[in-house]
Write a protein that binds this ligand. Structure first.
Ligand code: SF4
Ligand code: SF4
Length: 107
């Protein structure tokens, strides 16, 4: 995922919080300026949450795609669960009461 990290220099007070907390060293302070290497960003959003000046903006360029993939995975899991339940019911092997009793730890 490509992320563009930008900082409002007028708000930033060079406190160094983002430099400390970023897990992939996107930020560095040198010569009195905050340097940003957006290509390292993994979009954890920690800097956005912790910057005391709310000076950091993150733009995930393919966030929509990520959400679509996540939704597709969830849908697939749900479909698998439904299919399994239906198959068990059709085979008359699905008995919630019996299955729950079996799962209750009979010695
Ligand atoms: S945490 Fe915010 S205010 Fe502090 S250096 Fe980073 S961008 Fe600037
Ligand atoms: S979102 Fe996470 S990885 Fe990206 S710049 Fe902020 S702290 Fe670093």
């Amino acid at each position: 995922m490509k992320v563009i990290v930008s900082v409002d220099e007028a708000s930033c007070n060079l406190c160094g919080t983002c430099v400390e907390i970023c897990p992939t060293n996107v930020f560095a302070i040198s010569e009195g300026r905050l340097r940003i290497e957006s290509s390292r960003c993994i979009y954890c959003r920690g800097c956005e949450a912790l910057c005391p000046k709310k000076a950091i903006s993150l733009k995930a360029l393919d966030e929509g795609l990520k959400i679509l993939v996540k939704n597709a995975q969830t849908a697939t899991q749900t479909t698998r669960q439904l299919t399994l339940t239906q198959a068990l019911k059709q085979n008359n092997t699905y008995n919630p009461t019996k299955d729950n009793q079996n799962g209750a730890g009979v010695a």
